[in-house]
Design a protein around this ligand. Structure first.
Ligand SMILES: [Zn+2]
Length: 351
């Protein structure tokens, strides 16, 4: 793993619909390893490489879950609405980052009543609408002077860190900056291959607004006549206390997740023959993998594969613990295997 790149991607600010800083990071790492770049009306970044007849879309959403300012009280406490699937319990007493419309960086913490002041059972009732953010100001006027008004957006503020035995890493937005990381690694490799650029035209799409309804991908997949799509995203790991194997068998360190069926079939259903062929290619290249039959949650693959007259689509990713929290956990070897596995599919002519 290129730790510096993964850290920069994870720590970048980029809440759904407000993917500002993350775009700069992606542009910086793309560093001229592409033929054309275009940004569409939804803010998707689409890098084009090659001139082959077959058009391949490699897609990863770059947005992350966050909060949007809804109301500010006279004392300068801020009330918010969620952008994306958030659990009130994971939001409490966290640190958040806000980049104002004018580019100013601010920090806030989500407050709560100290335990000393709580009555019995009070903590069980927490709802996002009752949660408030403390920006370290005296009143509303001071906060507005800093540039915080209704409509400003907050992301988690959490460091990316390799920890434990050195094979695990934690940070915010591993969903889906691990997908962006993989896409970037593939892009840089493909750009150097004359043969692949002759065989394919690649569109590397870093898309917006996945967490609030798969929106960027829908638009990104529409413009070109795509022959095949590879969607890179995370899946919820089931290897922590309290989750039964029959609910999720996905484990960290067990390899690439092949996202075969999503949300009991309401999301992507990959073609059976694609699954079998991927397994064969992965076996041959010694890429460990696990097959996901998901019960909840869909990715951009769910929308891309029914775009236009249908686009053959494969979903790959890694398993991540504690999704949509500031302390998501991944296994570094899974990420390395996702890069290797994706490249093995491209090089073997699977697409
Ligand atoms: Zn995701």
């Amino acid at each position: 793993m290129n730790e510096k790149m993964m850290r920069d991607l994870s720590e970048a600010y980029g809440v759904s619909g407000f993917e500002t800083e993350i775009k700069d990071v992606i542009r910086r790492y793309a560093d001229n390893h592409y033929d054309e770049l275009r940004e569409d009306s939804l803010g998707n970044l689409i890098f084009k490489i090659g001139e082959g007849d077959k058009k391949i879309l490699i897609e990863s959403h770059m947005d992350e879950v966050g909060l949007i300012v809804k109301y500010i009280d006279d004392n300068g406490f801020v009330y918010v609405s969620p952008l994306g699937g958030l659990d009130a319990h994971t939001l409490l007493n966290q640190r958040f980052k806000l980049i104002t419309s004018k580019g100013k960086r601010l920090w806030a913490v989500s407050g709560s009543k100290a335990i000393h002041l709580q009555e019995d059972g009070e903590d069980e009732k927490l709802k996002i609408k009752d949660m408030f953010l403390d920006f370290g100001v005296k009143n509303k006027e001071e906060l507005q002077k800093l540039g915080v008004n209704i409509g400003e957006v907050l992301s988690y503020d959490a460091p990316f860190m390799v920890f434990g035995n050195g094979k695990y890493a934690t940070g915010k937005a591993l969903d889906n900056r691990t997908g962006c990381y993989t896409s970037m690694e593939i892009m840089r490799k493909v750009y150097k291959s004359k043969e692949l650029k002759k065989r394919y035209t690649f569109f590397f799409a870093f898309t917006t607004q996945e967490e609030i309804g798969l929106k960027g991908a829908r638009v990104a997949a529409f413009k070109e006549e795509i022959d095949f799509a590879l969607v890179l995203d995370t899946s919820p790991a089931g290897d922590t206390p309290g989750i039964e194997k029959k609910v999720s068998e996905l484990m960290l360190g067990k390899g690439v997740v092949i996202d075969y069926v999503q949300a009991e079939g309401r999301g992507l259903i990959m073609r059976k023959e694609h699954l079998e062929e991927i397994k064969k290619i992965f076996d041959k290249n010694k890429i460990p993998y696990q097959v996901e039959i998901g019960t909840g949650g869909v990715s951009d693959a769910a929308i891309i594969y029914i775009t236009k007259s249908g686009i053959p689509t494969v979903g790959l990713g890694i398993a991540v613990r504690y999704l949509h929290t500031p302390v998501e956990v991944m296994h570094i070897e899974d990420l390395d295997n996702l890069v290797k596995g994706s490249l093995s599919l491209i090089e073997s002519g699977f697409f």
